[in-house]
Design a protein around this ligand. Structure first.
Ligand SMILES: Cc1cc2nc3c(=O)[nH]c(=O)nc-3n(C[C@H](O)[C@H](O)[C@H](O)COP(=O)(O)O)c2cc1C
Length: 331
């Protein structure tokens, strides 16, 4: 797979997994060797999680692969980021491997089918055994002053179909998006969502933050968790930092802009997460994501204050056996 262009390899891997699961005997073998079963079921935000290992946002942006990912043993799956209208994202190539660093750089740019298509797909999905998160964002051409309307549209469209929401203001690949992490625009988005949220069946709302936030932003974000009374934080998204990498500067220059994920993100994400946990206290939810490449990494993140963890790049480098490895380590 590592010989194939990364975005094609992503789709091909999923197609192969789908094929494997379509053959009953093979499906049983794959499932019994990979799926960890329901070890360490836990209750978070009032929801029953079969285990503490989740699929991070961006892997299944359109909710097309939930069945396969659930069969690999994920306790929760976060679909999206979805935007109100469909968009193609940035020109390809837009996903790159840094093999020496066990890392990826991506500048996908919220390519997705739009929230109405996602709604139809979720309506057609049968019973689920996993917790489903909906990660919501804004369209590229929506100005930041109007951004709250995009989050509200996405929230309303799939409110009855997901278990919790994640407000994504932290992707580095939508120009200006991270400015929404500042106090004023963030407060506007979260309070609009909460007003709506309290008018019907309430859904837990988390905020996903970047690892590249300033100490002031961490303070402001932590304050908003309590003033807007949201449920907690997903820490973190990818980083724009390139320090300490083994890959050559020439390779990095060739790749260009994008968010870095995987092993080099581990300490950034963990530091930010620990600061957030200290600030928001033990009762709020914190989901740890970024550079979790082994059972030991996941255990450390839980010990540092995460209620649950998510993986993306680890799945690419370590394969689907990582889910079982982590679930077993945490049990
Ligand atoms: C190709 C790719 C696409 C991503 N797309 C999204 C996205 O749409 N929304 C989001 O919140 N995070 C997205 N992420 C970030 C991941 O959810 C995760 O926060 C980040 O990769 C750090 O975790 P990791 O080191 O385990 O990969 C994406 C990551 C990658 C590698």
């Amino acid at each position: 797979m590592f010989q194939i262009e990364p975005e094609r390899a992503h789709h091909l891997t999923i197609a192969m997994a789908r094929f494997g699961f379509s053959i009953p005997l093979l499906s049983n073998v794959i499932q019994s060797s990979l799926n960890p079963g329901n070890l360490q079921a836990t209750r978070i935000m009032g929801l029953d999680f079969p285990n503490k290992v989740g699929l991070a946002a961006g892997f299944d942006k359109d909710g097309k692969y939930m069945d396969i990912m659930a069969r690999l043993g994920f306790g929760f799956i976060e679909i999206g980021t979805v935007t109100p209208r469909p968009q193609v994202g940035n020109p390809k190539p837009r996903l790159f491997r840094l093999k020496k660093d066990q890392a990826l750089i991506n500048r996908m740019g919220f390519n997705n089918d739009g929230v109405e298509a996602l709604r139809s797909r979720l309506q057609a999905y049968g019973d689920r055994s996993f917790v489903l998160g909906g990660n919501i964002g804004k369209n590229k051409d929506t100005p930041n002053e109007e951004a709250f309307r995009d989050y509200v549209k996405c929230f309303e469209a799939i409110r009855d179909l997901v278990d919790y929401f994640v407000v994504n203001v932290s992707s580095p690949n939508t120009p200006g998006l991270r400015a929404l992490q500042d106090k004023e625009p963030l407060s506007k988005i979260l309070s609009e969502l909460q007003t709506l949220n309290h008018k019907g069946e309430t859904k837990p709302i988390l905020l996903k933050i970047a690892p590249d936030v300033s100490p002031e932003q961490i303070e402001d974000i932590s304050d908003l968790v309590s003033t807007c009374n949201i449920d907690g934080i997903v820490a973190t998204n990818t980083t724009i930092d390139r320090s300490g990498l083994s890959s050559s500067q020439t390779d990095l220059d060739k790749i260009g802009n994008g968010g870095l994920s995987g092993a080099p993100l581990k300490s950034f994400s963990s530091n930010i997460m620990q600061q957030i946990r200290r600030n928001i206290g033990p009762d709020k939810t914190v989901i740890g994501v970024g550079g979790i490449m082994s059972g030991a990494d996941a255990k450390a993140r839980i010990n540092d204050g995460a209620n649950a963890v998510q993986i993306y790049t680890g799945l690419v480098y370590k394969g689907p056996g990582l889910v079982k490895e982590i679930v077993s380590a945490l049990a």
